[in-house]
Design a protein. Structure first.
Length: 294
């Protein structure tokens, strides 16, 4: 009888090890990470456009970086120009626009969402801004910066995106309220801010104060643009603040700092930031970034 009981117990042990009979709490689906790449200033007008279209190659600015970008789950950038039909060709000046063909580059690089909250989006007035929004939407690219929250769901996590232009104005109570309301609708809220002074290596004290207020309002990640130079990374209540990622695509080859830039890959697991990778770029070729390999 003892041998029979031992045999039955061994059979039961083998049977219970079958995946269909493992207790529910041990049958867990592996958690898939979500990778988000943040980019700095992308300007597809002026000389960037004339060179790209002159080569009949609208994706030219992204040729060396698209493979890595397109592997991310979400790519978020600041688009520093309106996109309009009949955009005049120009290699100088500070009134930017890009031909709709240049959107092919954004799609080629896998850009999912852009911020239009910057000091150049109204270079061709409200009509130009509205046309930009329509062209982007028609091409499957989301946009923020008009007081609108955009969301993207990946791997069971709802990511929210907002854009603000604080170059010439300070945040209003309504801006902070928008962040609070948006944070209640998503698992992770990423806020892109156009701010600070151009061609400077560090954020201002006002930027630091604003960043603190944005985090307190509910921002999980702050990513800055406008300075055209890479600036320091800070953490406020364990929330990353990238004061400026510098240029990513721009026709400013006249200095080393404006040819440098930084993309950042954020890795999330179940809505929690678990890793941050800095991805420096350098525009060795005109307005065409490439990854810096150390």
């Amino acid at each position: 009888m003892g041998k029979l009981i031992s045999y039955l117990l061994s059979v039961l042990l083998v049977f219970s090890s079958n995946g269909k009979n493992i207790p529910a709490q041990t049958q867990r689906t592996p958690v898939k990470d979500t990778n988000i790449i943040l980019m700095g200033d992308v300007m597809l007008g002026r000389s960037v456009m004339t060179k790209s279209l002159g080569m009949n190659d609208p994706p030219y600015p992204f040729r060396k970086v698209a493979e890595r970008l397109s592997q991310a789950d979400i790519v978020f950038a600041n688009l520093e120009n309106p996109v309009i039909s009949n955009c005049p060709s120009s290699d100088s000046g500070f009134k930017f626009c890009a031909d709709p063909k240049m959107v092919e580059g954004l799609k080629f690089a896998g850009v999912d969402i852009v911020s239009l909250a910057n000091n150049h989006i109204l270079n061709y007035g409200k009509e130009g801004k509205m046309e930009t929004e329509k062209i982007l939407s028609d091409n499957g690219i989301k946009w923020v910066g008009d007081g609108n929250l955009e969301t993207v769901e990946r791997n069971g996590t709802e990511f929210g995106f907002l854009g603000f232009d604080f170059v010439d104005i300070l945040p209003k109570d309504s801006d902070y309220q928008l962040i609070k309301d948006s944070r209640n609708k998503v698992d992770v809220l990423i806020v892109m801010v156009h701010w600070g002074a151009e061609y400077t290596p560090r954020p201002t004290e006002i930027q630091k104060l604003i960043a603190n207020n944005l985090v307190n309002a509910g921002a999980d990640v702050i990513v800055g643009s406008h300075s055209h130079w890479v600036q320091p990374i800070d953490y406020i209540n364990e929330k990353p603040v990238f004061y400026s990622l510098g240029n990513f695509v721009f026709d400013q080859p006249w200095s080393e700092e404006t040819k440098k830039g930084l993309a950042v890959q954020l890795t999330f697991q179940n809505g929690k930031l678990i890793n941050t990778d800095n991805l420096p770029i350098y525009m060795n070729s005109f307005a065409q970034p490439d990854w810096v390999i150390y």
